[in-house]
Design a protein around this ligand. Structure first.
Ligand code: PEP
Length: 235
């Protein structure tokens, strides 16, 4: 099972370190075997010494080794911290930062060539969900255009835009039918993301085609995230 935490624009370098020390201690003491992925902001990247089951990833990186891309980090900057995991296509980057499908595919291919573990996010807006499952699948599959689905280090995160950061998760039925339809074409692990919390985690992780979760808001407080890791571990 995969439990991922996206810090987004939260935590400082110091608080991220404190968080990771506490999480690492918890994982070690409880012999947690779940795969834990943590995506801190880029200012908090470092060569952390963590248990093997905890991996640090970047929330974003430009598809370049180095160069003139003001405000961006590239492969050289993240490789300094021996990072091998990246989030690509998060809806906040697609919708707020206006990242195009073309750039997202470029990032995917660039970091695939570097053998990164790629958590690739897809998900439909509310107006598409309102049109029913067929349209939802059409939309989500269109976001997979140009992506090599057979890449061995791929993880796909289904994150309906309307459920992200709203406190309102998709229903169990919505998640179930969407993941099972995606599963027909995707052999890679499938995560669900969108207002996952301690209270709904177990129900979501019990869905047949769900291999884990990507959590934002509910993961920012380490005690809460530890509770979520514990729930996954006990399943
Ligand atoms: C996310 O940012 O990927 C996410 C799922 O956020 P939240 O858990 O806050 O909805």
């Amino acid at each position: 099972m995969i439990i991922a935490s996206n810090f987004k624009t939260n935590h400082t370098r110091e608080s991220a370190k404190e968080y990771l020390v506490k999480l690492n201690h918890f994982v070690k003491e409880n012999s947690i075997k779940e795969d834990i992925l943590i995506f801190p902001p880029s200012t908090a990247l470092d060569n952390y010494k963590l248990e093997n089951t905890i991996k640090i990833g970047v929330q974003n990186a430009y598809p370049t080794d180095k160069g003139s891309f003001t405000g961006e980090v590239g492969f050289t900057q993240i490789d300094e911290f021996d990072i091998k995991t990246i989030l690509v296509g998060h809806s906040e980057r697609r919708h707020i930062l206006k990242e195009s499908d073309e750039l997202i595919v470029k990032k995917y291919n660039f970091y695939k060539d570097k053998c990164y573990k790629i958590v690739y996010c897809i998900g439909e807006p509310k107006e598409v969900r309102n049109e029913g499952l067929e349209k939802v699948l059409e939309y989500n599959f269109s976001q997979l255009d140009g992506i090599d689905l057979s890449y061995e280090n791929l993880i796909v995160a289904y994150e309906p835009v309307w459920a992200i950061g709203t406190g309102v998760s998709a229903t169990k039925e919505d998640i179930e039918e969407t993941l099972s339809a995606l599963r027909k074409s995707i052999k890679a692990p499938l995560l669900y993301g969108g207002s996952v919390k301690v209270d709904n985690l177990k129900e979501i992780l019990e869905i047949e085609d769900c291999d884990g979760v990507l959590v934002g808001t509910a993961s920012w407080e380490v005690e809460n995230f530890k509770e979520m890791v514990k729930i996954a571990h006990e399943l």
